[in-house]
Design a binder for this molecule. Structure first.
Ligand SMILES: Cc1ncc(COP(=O)(O)O)c(C=O)c1O
Length: 325
């Protein structure tokens, strides 16, 4: 197997991120709850996209690209972090964002503006229209002599997924150092990249660790998407491992819709803040933690299991909503 270290990567974040037991929450819930603070990964305001960007932007640099174009929701954490990473590497960020009625300069949009990103809004949910817009922008850039590099939603392509393969190696080192056994990993899953990387990493280490993705979108195809991404990562690492969509564990906790705060998510945000002083967000991590609690109530976790919750970031979006707490 080709080792991960041989694949070009540019350092953008501050790693390792903290890993520790959430003592108060463990006491309150009766669970053994650990956390990996990917929200403290250093660039922008932190988050899970930075590890993916370390591989994707290394590829862009190697291909001598000078403009990075990416896409996402109006309050996309990925888009904002891509812009921040571009500034470190002297690349120009262009963000094509799905408007969905969200244009006010708050949260990630404000940060993207501070980063002087070129923002194009598209008032549609139709990916074909979004892709056509991106194609047009890329052609115009090429006409002007620029060399654009496109990063799909969430950086969720096999190369980006490697970021979370390397995160798995990091977290298992930390757990070993602290003499902690990780039994179960729980994270928010959206475009599938983080879950795919976690699963691939765990498989490559031959660990019998369950990875549960809490789906915060209405995408019913996630198990298939995640399996394809994990297999793509195995391919890049010349590993003959393979995973089927039936082996991917996804539980749906989107509530009324993507980015619409749920009552359970809001309660989870308050519980984690008031127990551990850790901030979650209403789009990803609040719903993911609410999902973890709900699964626990249904007897989903084994007795004495050590559960590792991945804090994937996302807090900037909290400052873009009129939430009732
Ligand atoms: C804060 C946060 N958590 C979790 C995710 C989900 O990660 P992925 O898209 O790799 O599934 C995202 C993706 O945008 C995110 O911004």
């Amino acid at each position: 197997m080709k080792i991960l270290e041989s694949i070009p990567k540019i350092s953008l974040g501050c790693y390792p991120t903290p890993f520790y037991k959430m003592k108060n929450l463990s006491k309150k819930t009766g669970l053994n709850l650990f956390i990996k603070r990917e929200d403290l990964s250093g660039l922008g305001l932190g988050g899970n996209k930075i590890r993916k960007l370390e591989y994707l932007l290394a590829d862009a640099k190697q291909k001598k690209c000078d403009v990075i174009i990416t896409t996402g929701a109006a309050q996309s954490n990925h888009a904002m972090l891509t812009a921040a990473a571009c500034r470190v590497l002297n690349l120009e960020p262009i963000l094509v964002l799905k408007e969905r009625g969200v244009t006010s300069l708050k949260g990630n949009l404000l940060l993207s503006k501070i980063l002087d990103s070129e923002v194009h809004f598209v008032d549609t949910d139709d990916n074909e229209i979004v892709n056509a817009k991106i194609d047009l922008i890329m052609k115009q850039l090429e006409f002007r002599g620029k060399k654009p590099y496109f990063i799909p939603t969430g950086g969720s392509v096999p190369l980006g997924v490697l970021g979370y393969v390397s995160a798995v190696f990091e977290m298992f080192n930390q757990a070993e150092h602290d003499d902690v056994r990780i039994d179960h990993i729980v994270c928010a899953t959206g475009s599938g990249g983080i879950q795919a990387g976690l699963i691939a990493g765990v498989e490559l280490l031959d660990k019998s660790v369950k990875v549960t993705g809490i789906n915060i979108s209405s995408n019913k195809e996630l198990p298939k998407i995640v399996a394809n991404l994990s297999n793509g990562a195995f391919g890049l690492l010349s590993s003959d491992k393979n995973i089927t969509k039936e082996e991917i564990i996804v539980r749906n906790y989107v509530g009324e819709g993507y980015a619409i705060p749920s009552k359970e998510g809001t309660e989870a945000i308050k519980l984690v803040a008031r127990s551990e002083g850790i901030m979650l967000d209403h789009v990803y991590t609040g719903k993911a933690f609410a999902g973890l609690l709900s699964l626990s109530e249904q007897g989903y976790f084994e007795k004495d299991e050590n559960i590792l919750f991945i804090h994937t970031g996302g807090v900037p979006a909290l400052f873009a909503i009129d939430a009732k707490f």
